[in-house]
Write a protein that binds this ligand. Structure first.
Ligand SMILES: NC(=O)c1ccc[n+]([C@@H]2O[C@H](COP(=O)([O-])OP(=O)(O)OC[C@H]3O[C@@H](n4cnc5c(N)ncnc54)[C@H](OP(=O)(O)O)[C@@H]3O)[C@@H](O)[C@H]2O)c1
Length: 252
């Protein structure tokens, strides 16, 4: 089977590192024009745009700020005219023990929900409205195993944000299928990126690998091909589904 995304415009949030970079590379390899979103890491984003070619373009926005979420979609539309696929990939994880100061805990909770869930909601709303006017489109949400298995107590907000993302994705799939809009979740387990580095450095890689059914840690490149597959349309009748990529660490 040949997957050809030529002519498709795909906006990938958090494309400046980790899983988002791997997704962008895989999409471009399949022929897509990629909107490379970033916040702080302009250097990586701009280098990636040069590497991808094919009309790729970088867009900066801080997804902790609602207005910047809305303007991101508009900026991408202005550049590309149409967007066919939105990949909600940007995310954060903040260590926040419940024993600490309540004010700080609430602040970290709100920041996590804003970046991981509210931003994805604002972008999905903009995408759905655009797709309704342009005969459809696809949304691919990068959630987490934590949405289903739960996380450790220091990361309650992270798990909650990803659970919310799953519910949002399923709702969009059910509500807008007749408008030719499809929505999917990809739920990675532990993946070797900047987000996971701190844990690996603190506890060692073997702790993570021991938890897997497979014998090596998942790399960003193990996640990316699924996104290409979902973006292509061959999986449209699986709309509303979640694809787990967790090396067999949580089978449901
Ligand atoms: N790594 C894992 O083990 C794992 C497991 C399950 C799910 N996931 C999910 O996979 C997705 C990608 O994670 P990753 O591991 O690739 O992490 P990463 O390497 O830390 O990358 C995170 C990306 O999100 C962007 N980002 C963070 N805060 C932002 C903000 N306020 N505004 C705009 N963009 C922001 C970053 O942009 P800048 O660097 O440009 O600021 C970066 O591109 C996340 O949603 C994460 O929850 C990861």
């Amino acid at each position: 089977m040949n997957i050809d995304l030529s002519g498709m415009h795909v906006l990938v949030t958090g494309a400046s590192s980790g899983i988002g970079t791997a997704i962008s590379r895989a999409l471009a390899l399949a022929g897509a024009t990629v909107g490379v979103h970033y916040n702080r890491n302009a250097e990586n984003a701009k280098a990636l745009v040069r590497e991808l070619g094919n009309g790729a373009c970088a867009f900066r926005s801080n997804l902790a700020i609602p207005e910047e979420c809305s303007s991101l979609f508009l900026d991408a539309l202005e550049k590309f005219d149409t967007i066919d696929v939105l990949v909600n990939n940007a995310g954060i994880i903040i260590n926040s023990p419940i024993e600490g100061d309540a004010g700080q805990w609430i602040e970290k909770w709100n920041t996590t929900i804003m970046v991981n869930l509210t931003a994805a909601g604002i972008l999905s709303r903009a995408a759905v409205n655009h797709f309704i006017e342009h005969d459809g489109g696809r949304i691919i949400n990068i959630a987490s195993r934590a949405a289903f298995r739960g996380d450790t107590p220091d990361y309650l907000a992270y798990a909650a944000s990803k659970g919310g993302m799953v519910a949002m994705s399923r709702s969009i799939a059910r509500a807008y299928g007749k408008d030719n809009i499809k929505s999917f979740v990809v739920a990675p387990g532990f993946v070797r990126t900047g987000m996971a580095r701190q844990f690996i450095e603190q506890y060692g890689e073997s702790i993570v690998v021991d938890d897997l059914a497979l014998n090596r840690l998942t790399e960003p490149e193990d996640v990316a091909p699924t996104v290409v597959f979902l973006a292509s349309g061959v999986m449209d009748h699986a709309t509303g589904c979640t694809i787990d990529i967790n090396a067999g660490s949580y089978v449901k």
